[in-house]
Design a protein around this ligand. Structure first.
Ligand code: SF4
Length: 460
């Protein structure tokens, strides 16, 4: 395709994986737009496809093949660029997938729009071009552009990389050593996001608690972000348990803008497994932290990640995990199945857990998570809470979240999009708290009786 004769060039994105990948795709979208491309929805005809991959699970390669085939059926001449964690860790495997034109490792990911804009032609390649280095810069960084989001919540990337070297995790290889975004640059993007009407910022990073830029730590940066007009809520996404200082908890307890929300990965409730995972805490230390956070911050929502099927996880170890989660004030779990990732230390460990046991344990923890979430939501029945509304569903139900990430549904003919409203919770069903606007006009009690709602809360 000759770029000079085919403007505007359309670009579609397919993003797999974590919130950080979503944040990066959002900034890439903005950069492409600024450079004269027209972003289109995935599934529409396109001239360029960008796949932002993940390598956390074994399915990354299969997923890539499927997406590339799917897009090329509809847009046979689309130029296909693959980036993200799997482009870093599985570049050779990707090179062999037919239809791919460009593979960009982590070092080059955010330069993709400039690179494509500078090409005189995005004709399909016979052989994919590979832009990849094993070494990834770990200096502090800036990000050109502002995330492009359709939602009221916008991710703000503050940090990348990790060197904790948990034995199951490929991220240190996929994203490199830890590094922090320049504080001024993060604040600049936050102002731009506020100007675009985003009222909630979700701070993201691989290991957010390690944020440091020339004497600015996460708490200091948070205080700067809180002062931005138009930003009503700031949410910290997943953060490692050993990286949260007491003063951050105190600040969360006192702040009107910092959401009462912590997602703190546990991974296992057994000390032997935690040690083999190379995690940096014992079960007791984790439990003491969670109890302290819960004491300091009334109404705090605590989520956690748990991994099942790590090598050596017998019945007793799994029972220990269930037991500590039952005992702690955890509000929900994200359950991950151990997946043997070549290149990680865990691949060498003995006593693998059979897949059918992993599946069974995963299902058990998923049920435990449902019970925990239900119990957390249930405490608020009859109470008034503030909800930032996001979207209206086909059934006419507006949904949004409280600062504690309780998903709330309200039947209303008002346009509640991007509005913060007081509601009274009247019941709980399937990961959703049903409520009515505190001014009245509720049909939500009827809804609670009348139909099962199959919405689930999304992850932070
Ligand atoms: S803390 Fe552990 S699990 Fe999290 S990104 Fe770093 S190495 Fe991976």
């Amino acid at each position: 395709m000759d770029l000079k004769n085919s403007k505007p060039r359309r670009v579609a994105f397919y993003t797999v994986g974590c919130r950080l990948n979503q944040a990066e795709t959002a900034v890439l979208t903005d950069r492409f737009r600024c450079l004269g491309f027209q972003p289109v929805k995935f599934g529409e005809m396109t001239d360029v496809l960008v796949v932002n991959t993940c390598s956390v699970t074994e399915g990354a390669e299969t997923d890539c093949r499927r997406v590339v085939r799917q897009v090329l059926r509809k847009s046979p001449n689309a130029f296909v660029a693959i980036t993200g964690c799997y482009a870093q860790t599985g570049a050779e495997a990707l090179e062999s997938i037919g239809g791919i034109d460009l593979v960009l490792g982590t070092q080059y990911k955010m330069q993709l729009p400039n690179y494509l804009a500078a090409l005189s032609s995005t004709d399909k390649r016979v052989q994919p071009e590979l832009l990849h280095t094993r070494k990834i810069d770990h200096e502090n960084f800036t990000i050109e552009g502002t995330g492009d989001y359709a939602t009221t919540r916008a991710n703000l990337k503050l940090q990348d990389g990790c060197q904790f070297m948990c034995s199951f995790c490929l991220i240190p290889f996929a994203r490199g050593r830890e590094r922090s975004r320049r504080a001024d640059d993060a604040v600049r993007e936050a102002y731009a996001l506020a100007e675009r009407g985003h009222r909630e910022l979700v701070l993201t990073g691989v290991n957010l608690g390690q944020y440091r830029d020339a004497g600015v730590d996460l708490l200091t940066l948070l205080q700067r972000l809180e002062s931005i007009p138009g930003i009503d809520r700031i949410r910290i996404s997943s953060i490692e348990p050993t990286t949260i200082p007491d003063r951050l908890l105190d600040y969360m307890a006192a702040s009107n803008k910092l959401c009462r929300f912590l997602h703190v990965p546990l991974q296992s409730g057994d000390d032997k497994i935690l040690k083999a995972m190379n995690r940096r805490y014992t079960v007791r230390e984790y439990a003491e932290f969670i109890e302290q956070a819960n004491r300091k911050i009334p109404g705090l929502c605590i989520g956690t990640d748990v991994m099942v099927g790590f090598p050596g996880e017998g019945e007793q170890q799994f029972a220990n995990t269930q037991s500590i989660i039952n005992a702690l004030p955890v509000s929900y779990l994200h359950v991950f199945s151990f997946s043997n990732r070549p290149g990680t230390a865990a691949t060498k460990l003995p006593n693998p857990v059979p897949p059918h046991i992993i599946k069974q344990r995963s299902q058990e923890l998923a049920k435990l998570s449902q019970r925990k979430r239900f119990a957390f939501y249930q405490q608020y029945v009859g109470q008034s809470v503030a909800v930032l509304f996001e979207s209206r569903h086909a059934a006419g139900l507006w949904t949004g979240f409280t600062d504690q990430y309780i998903k709330v549904g309200v039947q209303s003919s008002d346009d509640l999009s991007n509005e913060i409203r007081e509601v009274t919770i009247s019941g709980v069903t399937d990961g959703l708290a049903l409520a009515h606007l505190s001014a009245g006009m509720s049909q939500s009690d009827e809804l609670l009786q009348a139909r099962p709602l199959l919405m689930t809360s999304e992850s932070v």
